[in-house]
Write a protein that binds this ligand. Structure first.
Ligand code: SAM
Length: 287
């Protein structure tokens, strides 16, 4: 059962009919999706590996990912341990799409990329597959136990142009004008994960939403000097509310000097995946 204030907020933002559809989809079973490691296996070979379990392509990541018709026991699969694929929530793969757009606008192959809130490594491993070997990825996670899991998943992915760090975002502030693209997949109130994560439901409150939004702004402000002028920020959350999503995008534009080029919500029942929000922004004058 979801908190009454959450339900009311969903009705306010989506309208009663659409909110009802999304909320009832959130009571259903989550989709399972896998993304191939193209350095280890081709997509058709991964489909063949899963046989009749392999389902439709993930529409916004069709060249690298597909749904499974059921959830197998991944820990019994040698290809999982070999890093031939990653089990990643489908909506969140949209980050790969925004990343390609940022790359195209930058118009160069060799990039420095920061994944600031990176554990367990879904976005890091995806974006590594979109980078060439001359590029550098810094995958950071502030929580030590989660940084260990991140390092294991990155090692399994098998590429050498990535460094895993365990720092507070403020540590990046002194690295001025360094990164071409930064991904901030921020810690959030997790409304979009309610059907997968009972703890997110239990911890939800309007006060916690406000707290998350303030923490996201602190994280963004702290690392911001390390992003180059003209560089790109991909800001994402797995939550639905305005405060953590659109309001924070407005705040980034206003206070940090960026332009928002695109943003998109994913809703269960409308998109085959969990709730997700992602925005692509470009840094303006140097701050
Ligand atoms: N990007 C990851 C992926 O695709 O697998 C998921 C990241 S998760 C949504 C957010 C991460 O932010 C968590 O790993 C969490 O430990 C981390 N985090 C929590 N508090 C933080 C803070 N104050 N500053 C930076 N990161 C924080």
């Amino acid at each position: 059962m979801f908190p009454a204030e959450f339900i009311n907020e969903m009705r306010d933002s989506l309208g009663p009919e659409r909110a009802e559809q999304v909320l009832s989809a959130m009571a259903g079973e989550p989709a399972v999706s896998v993304r191939v490691n193209p350095r280890k296996l081709m997509l058709p070979a991964l489909r063949a590996h899963f046989g009749t379990l392999a389902g439709d392509p993930v529409p916004w990541a069709s060249e690298e990912a597909f749904y499974l018709n059921d959830r197998p026991s991944f820990t019994l699969d040698p290809l999982f341990h070999a890093g031939a694929y990653y089990v990643q929530e489908a909506s969140s793969m949209y980050v790969g799409n925004l990343f390609e757009r940022a790359k195209a606008m930058l118009g160069k192959e060799t990039l420095r990329v920061l994944d600031l809130c990176a554990a367990p490594g879904g976005k890091t491993t995806q974006l590594l597959s979109h980078l060439d070997d001359t590029s550098l990825m810094v995958a950071n996670e502030v929580v030590p136990s989660r940084a260990t899991v991140l390092a294991e998943n990155v090692a399994r992915w098998g590429l050498s142009n990535v460094a895993v760090t365990q720092s507070d975002p403020a540590a990046f502030g002194s690295l001025r004008d360094f990164f071409d693209i930064a991904v901030v997949d921020a810690p959030c109130s997790g409304e979009g994960m309610f059907r997968k994560d009972e703890r997110a439901v239990a911890e939800w409150s309007p006060a916690n939403v406000a707290l998350c939004a303030a923490r996201q702004r602190r994280i963004l402000a702290d690392f911001w000097p390390s992003l180059k002028t003209g560089g790109f920020l991909i800001y994402s959350t797995c939550t639905f509310n305005r405060q953590e999503d659109e309001d924070n995008v407005d705040w980034i534009c206003r206070e940090l000097g960026a332009e928002c080029l695109d943003m998109r919500h994913f809703y269960p029942g409308e998109d085959r995946g969990e709730g997700f929000f992602a925005a692509l922004l470009r840094k303006g004058d140097s701050r």
